[in-house]
Design a protein around this ligand. Structure first.
Ligand code: 13P
Length: 335
């Protein structure tokens, strides 16, 4: 079984390719639509995702798509399930399986991810739909006093349990511990917290008996906080991120697929590019599993209107091409 998981993980991190995270919960995508004045209904969300998934040529840059529970059940206007649209292109369907977050009782500013109880049963249904990999996101906040040890302990322990249950049900778990960019902290503080979080994560994964050859790690890059005075310098971000991962990510992990975490589309390309350009002999692949950094411009161009579908697809394809170039260390603004 693990051979199969390993080969799925390898397809997901094939050269030139990475993952599209299109698994926004209804709440999250509604917030994104609201900013653009797009009404959020089951049908408009379906239309938007149809625009993304039917874009001709995305299979050259995208190896897998993470879906949301509503989306995995939806189909195109012509009645083809989204899962079949993706499979037809050789793209592996994946599924978000965490059920959002709730405040931690002992530290209410911090969040714990929900959904472990019903996980095995839900995975069995998603497997029948055709999903072969899953995603679970835990968030860690930085402030002067945060994160607490307890928050790191609980979230990393749950991530490890999730990963174990995924592997038992033939899913490759994407393990996502996201240290948030919110705040004015500098890059060194992000480094320190991310390192601590990842150390705890790999300790818990090992305790749970998770086979690291059959997972993908989806972390944040090491960057200054969003409101920091420090600049976002791709060379420094690449250096610190690689240094941190070399210290804590075991070599058997096949790939690291970064989240974009509110970076601009250009920053997410430049930072991934700097890592892949400057470090060519790393034990793991450095790829992407971007949500906003692949979708922002395409969503804006689409704007909820049928007549914009063609143009939005061009924008989306071009963005996927640029991110793919970054994944190869070959990104330049002129591409
Ligand atoms: P962003 O790239 O927009 O951070 O989304 C990735 C994701 O899947 C967050 O869970």
């Amino acid at each position: 079984m693990i051979d199969n998981l390993e080969s799925i993980a390898k397809v997901l991190i094939a050269s030139h390719k990475g993952i599209l995270a299109a698994d926004e919960s209804t709440n999250t995508i509604t917030k994104r639509f609201d900013v653009l004045g797009i009404e959020s209904t089951e049908e408009t969300r379906r239309q938007y995702r149809e625009m993304l998934f039917t874009t001709a040529g995305i299979e050259n840059y995208i190896s897998g798509v993470i879906l949301f529970d509503e989306t995995i059940r939806q189909e195109t206007e012509d009645g083809v399930s989204f899962v079949d649209v993706l499979k037809e292109k050789g793209i592996i369907p994946g599924i978000k399986v965490d059920q959002g977050k709730e405040a931690m009782q002992s530290s209410p500013e911090e969040m714990i991810t929900k959904g472990l109880d019903s996980l095995a049963k839900r995975l069995q249904e998603y497997y029948k739909f055709g999903a072969r990999f899953a995603k679970w996101r835990a968030v860690i906040k930085i402030s002067e006093k945060l994160p607490t040890e307890e928050c790191i302990e609980k979230n990393m322990s749950d991530l490890a349990q999730y990963a174990k249950i995924c592997q038992e049900n033939d899913f490759v778990p994407i393990v996502e511990p996201e240290v948030l960019r919110d705040g004015s902290h500098g890059i060194d503080r992000c480094y320190e917290v991310t390192k601590k979080v990842l150390e705890k994560l790999f300790e818990k994964l090992s305790e749970a008996g998770v086979d690291l050859k059959g997972i993908l790690l989806k972390p944040n890059m090491i960057t200054p906080g969003e409101a920091s005075e420090e600049e976002m310098d791709p060379e420094i971000i690449a250096e610190k991120t690689v240094e941190c991962f070399k210290a804590v990510v075991p070599e058997v992990v096949p790939g690291v697929v970064f989240l974009s975490g509110g970076q601009t589309e250009a920053q997410a390309c430049e930072n991934l590019n700097a890592m892949n350009k400057n470090y060519t002999d790393l034990p793991w692949q450095l790829s992407f599993s971007y949500g906003r950094a692949l979708q922002n411009s395409a969503m804006r161009t689409w704007n909820g209107k049928d007549e914009n579908v063609g143009e939005a697809q061009e924008v989306f394809l071009n963005r996927a091409k640029l991110v793919s170039a970054g994944r190869e260390g070959k990104y330049s603004i002129e591409i």
